[in-house]
Write a protein that binds this ligand. Structure first.
Ligand code: ZN
Length: 309
């Protein structure tokens, strides 16, 4: 397997609360909406500990065990009137740590690009009811990952599913022919020269089916509350319930569903308890990989250990 992704070290900031209650955060990389906030404790925290994130709504997130440490990943919302997100760590009902982060919103410079779709795709898009019904069905399928307890013995670092060029980044704003303006909730890869799609990590296939908009679609749960998605696949090689390993070929890049050209759309999501929220795949992979690769990034005294590549 090729190493597709040069792991960029992410510097975490450390906060010491009391003995046994130290946390480090990747706040240096969290600046844009969609960047995940990663909270790491050097201790194995009991289930009494949880994180509350406050933006336009309140959501709670649990800590997952990662090599004897504890990790909680908080998605930052792409649409949020309140540009400040506050995250607080609780031990039962006692707040032991709190930090507010101001998020930047992507400003679209110039004209919003219009997607050039085929006539058939335009017609399909006009069937809003069918699209919404399908979206709700997909949400219900992916939310089921909340009940999966997937804990591999050895968490591996994530790879990107393609070594091809990224043609559209996370957060890009575009206009559909029906006038709807949407942001891009994943990253797109071109299809040349390699049309294999690789699983980003070990995991369980939770969705492998065909949908109107995303075409042949695969979702994989990897543990730690992380789900990845692969859209517009040509040939699919995995089915629901399959265990996949990192780098396993799950399909070929295709042009199924509503597309302007053959490409792979890759998305990453964080489970929120009853649903899930998308995050920027690039910052998620670099932040989580730094935690997995460098292990104990905050010592018991809460002193930060500067991480180098
Ligand atoms: Zn896309």
């Amino acid at each position: 397997m090729k190493s597709f992704f040069r792991i960029l070290a992410v510097i975490f900031c450390s906060y010491s609360i009391a003995y046994g209650e130290s946390f480090s955060l990747n706040t240096q990389v969290v600046s844009n909406v969609g960047d995940p906030i990663v909270i790491v404790s050097p201790d194995k925290l009991s289930t009494n500990y949880f994180v509350k994130a406050t933006f336009d709504t309140n959501l709670t997130f649990k800590f997952y065990d990662l090599h004897g440490q504890s990790i909680s990943i908080i998605p930052t919302p792409v649409f949020n009137k309140n540009k400040i997100i506050t995250i607080s760590v609780f031990n039962k009902d006692k707040k032991i740590f709190s930090k507010s982060i101001r998020l930047k919103y992507t400003k679209n410079r110039g004209k919003i690009p219009k997607l050039r779709l085929t006539m058939i795709a335009k017609e399909i898009l006009n069937d809003k009811e069918a699209i919404q019904k399908e979206r709700n069905y997909l949400i219900s399928l992916v939310a089921k990952a909340n009940s999966i307890d997937f804990r591999p013995i050895d968490f591996k670092t994530f790879i990107l599913p393609s070594s091809n060029r990224i043609t559209s980044p996370f957060g890009a704003i575009r206009r559909y022919p029906n006038g709807r303006i949407q942001y891009h909730n994943g990253v797109d890869f071109s299809c040349n020269p390699d049309d294999n799609i690789y699983s980003a990590n070990d995991g369980i296939v939770i969705v492998s089916s065909n949908f109107i908009a995303s075409g042949n679609t695969v979702y994989i749960y990897h543990g730690l509350g992380i789900v990845t998605s692969y859209f517009h696949i040509g040939e699919v090689y995995v089915k629901n319930g399959d265990y996949v390993s990192r780098g396993q070929i799950i399909g070929k890049i295709g042009d199924t569903g509503i597309v302007t050209a053959k490409h792979l759309h890759f998305g990453t999501y964080i489970l929120t308890g009853s649903s899930y929220m998308e995050v920027n795949p690039i910052t998620l992979v670099s932040s989580v990989n730094s935690t997995i690769q460098y292990g104990n990034i905050v010592n018991k005294n809460g002193k930060s250990e500067i991480i180098h590549e």
